[in-house]
Design a binder for this molecule. Structure first.
Ligand SMILES: Cc1cc2nc3c(=O)[nH]c(=O)nc-3n(C[C@H](O)[C@H](O)[C@H](O)COP(=O)(O)OP(=O)(O)OC[C@H]3O[C@@H](n4cnc5c(N)ncnc54)[C@H](O)[C@@H]3O)c2cc1C
Ligand code: FES
Length: 358
């Protein structure tokens, strides 16, 4: 699953002033591998100015759309997002990993479900896929979307959402919140904060009756919405969120440097990947297990290296490691021994990591 495949770009569409969507051609022999579930993402790899760059992008297509499409919104100073918005054209190709991620609940055509999605900016990308697929695959279910943007012009997929609203008048409730465009209802102006969530939830949503909530957007918004839902009585197991970016923790990095200077112990590491085992020694508090394994030529999978995308997920089958940050694994996965290799450092004399046990 962690292998890259070269895919040709079939279509590039300008969605807003600063976002494009990109559809790929999937050759017949790769169709099964690129089959996806709503809410999943792809890891893309290319070379920019002689350096390998990997980034994750969520799929915006519904599961029955018959195409694999992602959307890339320009990030200020961003390398890949600028390249995608300015240079990618149909006919060019990129290295792409098969779809991955667990940002979904399994569809059940018999379910009378009510779901909430809260998105901001490019966070709408996986949410669009989830809403489309759910309304189509669960004909008795309803969806409410709370979607924050600066203005209507910058709201990615606004027209597609309005088309969906026309198709599912009774089953889709759309609420646009704008921070720089005035709307008649005051509650719909501003940013999606904890206070706004509390007001919105108390007025028109019975949070305790929701089957699931999906949240995707900047870290602060994601955490505010999650806390508001919990405060309104929703169980953590029904709240699903996807982060696109997390600020690095420089304090933890500095603490590791200091610990390394005091404790020069070395751990014996074995990484198992694609059926191969590679053994090497690693000074504690130096490189992450991902970087150390790759420096030894292991070709371990990764994308963000920031603990958000879960591409580097693996299982600790022997020994103990410490994770600096985890925005991707659920508690039950951590309890079962799974870790993010990009955030993991050995704390025992011997550590064995298995990337094949997913
Ligand atoms: C699972 C997952 C799914 C994702 N899906 C999408 C998607 O559907 N659409 C999409 O546009 N992006 C998505 N992203 C984010 C994407 O992977 C890149 O991080 C983003 O496009 C920026 O890459 P860049 O090379 O342009 O910026 P970089 O050159 O990596 O970064 C430039 C600067 O911007 C900051 N930065 C990087 N990413 C972000 C961000 N997302 N928000 C705010 N600041 C940032 C960096 O810290 C840095 O200072 C997803 C990320 C993950 C982990
Ligand atoms: S590479 Fe993204 S979580 Fe480790």
């Amino acid at each position: 699953m962690s292998q890259f495949h070269r895919l040709t770009i079939k279509d590039v569409r300008s969605e807003t002033r600063d976002a494009v969507s990109i559809a790929f051609d999937i050759p017949r022999h790769l169709q099964a591998q690129f089959h996806f579930t709503q809410g999943q993402h792809l890891v893309l790899r290319t070379e920019l100015e002689g350096e390998q760059v990997r980034r994750s992008y969520s799929i915006c297509s519904g599961v029955n759309d018959g195409e694999l499409r992602i959307a890339v919104k320009r990030v200020s100073g961003g390398r890949f997002s600028a390249f995608a918005n300015e240079q990618l054209k149909p006919g060019q190709s990129l290295d792409v990993m098969p779809p991955a991620g667990r940002f979904h609940v399994e569809l059940d055509p018999a379910r009378h479900g009510h779901y909430l999605a809260v998105a901001a900016g490019s966070g709408i990308t996986p949410i669009l896929s989830i809403i489309k697929s759910t309304l189509e695959g669960e004909p008795l279910s309803r969806f409410t979307l709370l979607y924050g943007n600066r203005s209507s012009a910058s709201a990615l997929f606004r027209e597609q959402l309005e088309d969906l609203k026309n198709l599912y008048l009774q089953r889709l409730n759309l609420v646009f919140v704008f921070s720089r465009e005035q709307q008649d209802i005051d509650l719909y102006n501003g940013r999606i904060t904890q206070d706004k969530c509390q007001q919105l939830f108390s007025r028109w949503l019975d949070v305790q009756k929701l089957d699931a909530a999906f949240i995707c957007g900047p870290q602060a918004m994601t955490e505010s919405v999650r806390d508001s839902l919990k405060a309104a009585g929703m169980g953590a197991e029904r709240i699903h969120f996807e982060l696109f970016h997390a600020a690095g923790d420089s304090q933890k990095r500095q603490a590791r440097e200091a610990a390394r200077a005091q404790d020069p112990q070395v751990s014996q590491i074995t990484v198992i990947s694609d059926g191969r085992a590679l053994a090497f020694d690693l000074p504690r508090n130096s490189l992450s297990l991902l970087d150390a394994g790759n420096a030894q030529g292991a070709e371990l999978p990764y994308s963000c290296k920031a603990g958000v995308c879960s591409t580097c997920k693996c299982k600790v089958v022997e020994g103990e490691v410490e994770m600096d940050s985890n925005h991707a694994l659920e508690d039950y996965e951590v309890a079962a021994g799974y870790v993010l290799a990009c955030q993991s450092f050995p704390v025992s004399d011997k550590v064995v990591l298995d990337f094949d046990q997913l």
